[in-house]
Design a protein around this ligand. Structure first.
Ligand code: PPS
Length: 570
């Protein structure tokens, strides 16, 4: 087990049509129903077409989907742990049927592939979540995605590849499975250990990858995910610049860096199996699997979704069948008195063990504090500091949510003026009423329209935040899942501070400044939040204010103090 058999890694599917057929299919596709691929679908299709997801030949049909969800296997019996499905809207699904062809386009409208429709069905998403991720808890990023972002209908079928999705960045580091296998062959790399990562790499990672390569007597492939990772992760542009600095520090001719445009699901054990299959397709013989591989974080009760070594255990039981070896990774820690990194289980009680967690690193970056040389390399730290300046130099969003008449707009206005008085950043106010006039004038108050309204606000706020400004948003934003989507859009580009204006409905109704509550009670206004429409109370907002007993001025002042404590203003 482990050594290469020729061809490297087993049979690869290449779903791209030969040039002439691709040109003909592209012409024909003008008349096919057309689907615009989302970000995750674009990642999936790229890896389907180039063979990274071999043996799949398209998006799963229903029988394979059911089998994968329940048994981790395709109906053929082949091990395949992750359902790769094409989710679409009900409107789109209504007009297509088995045997039809559809054109799958990227964001620019370029036809990437066509799909010969097999099955069209509405999946049981709760069952999918429980089967694949072992939970129905929407704190799991993939379960949240399934219920709140993925469309309600799945379309399965074989793909005909026309052209690969375009990437304008890091072209020299992007290799498909066949290209990587060829590079390995050319270099005579017969044993290759892959390192999967979604985080910047520091000295500990370098030590562990060097040890893994030495133990496996293999060359090293640093194979970071640059498609979609866990919401809130450091962007791939920054990470890749860090990896480039790092790879120059490995012994010559031992190590290669290549980027993987995978959309992770944070599926823990199942995801580890999937990663192993993908790396085998790329021609690797070994995969490093550490503690909590592809871990989704904590569930809504604060517990881990998976045991820290569940992924290693599951892969251990299947590595023979998959014909790729796992190199289990032990956590490396810095021992000050020995001035070196060692696996944590090799330290003694006399050792002074130093470690900086990911959370601690983020804190030091946010506050502009020292990051010691034993932890990382100076050029890596400099890269991180460039894109993650201290909080008082970043943009941020203050996102108010609360009932109509709760005081959101008044506090938001007061806060805006106070922030302008402090100066240093441009401040934009996206108040509920203003947005509905200027951005969302065609929208009503159905759940669908409210969600669209909030996503638009989130989009504008993220652009303001990314460019170093302050966005103050003050819509009702009654749905938790939509607020979470906004948080996840903004957090990677700056600060996000949620303020729940928790003034009770009785107080809002009593004030009834706009006379809307009276109209809602009389049934003149339908779907009125708090009266005839739901408001989901935020569970963990950064700030809660209630204007029953305090003035808007004082509420704004409290928020300002909190922003100061969080480091956003000085
Ligand atoms: S949402 O749910 O976030 O999209 O709502 P939002 O854009 O903030 O708009 C809320 C303002 O619209 C007025 N209005 C209603 N509110 C709630 N429910 C219904 N059915 C409704 N119809 C009109 C109301 O004046 C809200 O303004 P605020 O400033 O919150 O009082």
């Amino acid at each position: 087990m482990g050594a290469f058999k020729e061809p490297h890694g087993g049979e690869l599917k290449n779903l791209y049509l030969p040039d002439e057929e691709a040109a003909a299919e592209k012409r024909a596709a003008k008349d096919y129903p057309s689907w615009d691929l989302g970000e995750r679908q674009l990642c999936d299709i790229e890896l389907l077409l180039n063979g990274a997801f071999s043996p799949l030949e398209g998006f799963l049909n229903q029988a394979d989907y059911d089998a994968v969800v329940e048994t981790m296997r395709l109906t053929s019996g082949v091990l395949w742990p992750m359902p790769i499905t094409l989710d679409v809207s009900e409107d789109f699904a209504r007009d297509i049927g088995t045997g039809d062809r559809i054109a799958l386009r990227d964001l620019e409208g370029v036809v990437i592939a066509t799909l010969e429709v097999g099955d069209v069905w509405s999946p049981d998403k709760a069952a999918e979540a429980a089967g694949v991720f072992g939970t129905r808890d929407q704190a799991h990023p993939a379960v949240h995605y399934l219920h709140n972002i993925a469309g309600p209908v799945y379309v399965g079928g074989k793909l005909r590849g026309i052209e690969p999705p375009t990437h304008y960045d890091f072209k020299h580091l992007r290799d498909g499975p066949e290209e990587l296998r060829q590079r390995f062959r050319k270099l005579g790399w017969r044993r290759v250990v892959a390192f999967q990562t979604r985080n910047p790499m520091h000295r500990a990672h370098q030590e562990l990858t060097l040890r893994a390569a030495r133990d496996a007597e293999a060359n090293l492939l640093i194979h970071p995910v640059v498609g979609m990772t866990k919401p809130g992760d450091i962007d791939h542009f920054t990470r890749v610049r860090c990896y480039e600095h790092l790879t120059s520090r490995y012994p010559e001719q031992t190590t290669m860096l290549s980027l993987l445009p995978l959309a992770m699901r944070m599926g823990g054990p199942r995801e580890a199996l999937w990663h192993a299959i993908i790396r085998k397709n790329y021609g690797c013989t070994h995969l490093i699997v550490g503690r909590d591989h592809a871990g989704p974080g904590k569930d809504s009760k604060g517990e881990d979704f998976y045991g820290p070594y569940d992924a290693q255990e599951l892969l251990k039981t299947h590595e023979q069948e998959l014909d790729i070896s796992m190199v289990p990774f032990r956590m490396m820690v810095y021992v000050e008195n020995r001035a070196q990194y060692v696996p944590v289980d090799e330290t003694t009680d006399d050792d002074t063990v130093l470690n900086i967690s990911g959370t601690e690193l983020r804190r030091r970056l946010q506050e502009g504090l020292d990051i010691p040389g034993w932890f990382s390399f100076p050029d890596v730290v400099e890269e991180l500091r460039r894109t993650h300046p201290p909080r008082d130099q970043q943009g941020f969003t203050v996102f108010f949510t609360g009932l109509s008449g709760s005081g959101k707009s008044t506090i938001a206005n007061a806060l805006m003026v106070k922030l302008m008085e402090i100066g240093g950043r441009h401040v934009s106010l996206l108040d509920g009423d203003i947005v509905r006039k200027n951005l969302s004038s065609e929208l009503g108050f159905s759940k669908e329209h409210r969600d669209l309204n909030i996503r638009r606000i989130g989009y504008v706020a993220s652009e303001i935040t990314k460019n170093g400004g302050i966005a103050i948003c003050a819509p009702i934003a009654p749905y938790a899942a939509t607020r979470r989507i906004v948080r996840e859009t903004i957090s990677p580009v700056g600060g996000f501070v949620e303020v729940h204006v928790a003034t009770p409905v009785e107080v809002c109704e009593q004030r009834d400044r706009k006379g809307l509550y009276a109209k809602a009670r009389a049934g003149i206004i339908k779907e009125f939040t708090g009266i005839s429409d739901p408001y989901e109370v935020p569970e963990t907002p950064e700030i809660v204010v209630d204007t029953t007993d305090i003035s808007p001025d004082l509420a704004a002042h409290r928020i300002l103090v909190k922003l100061e404590a969080m480091g956003f203003i000085r």
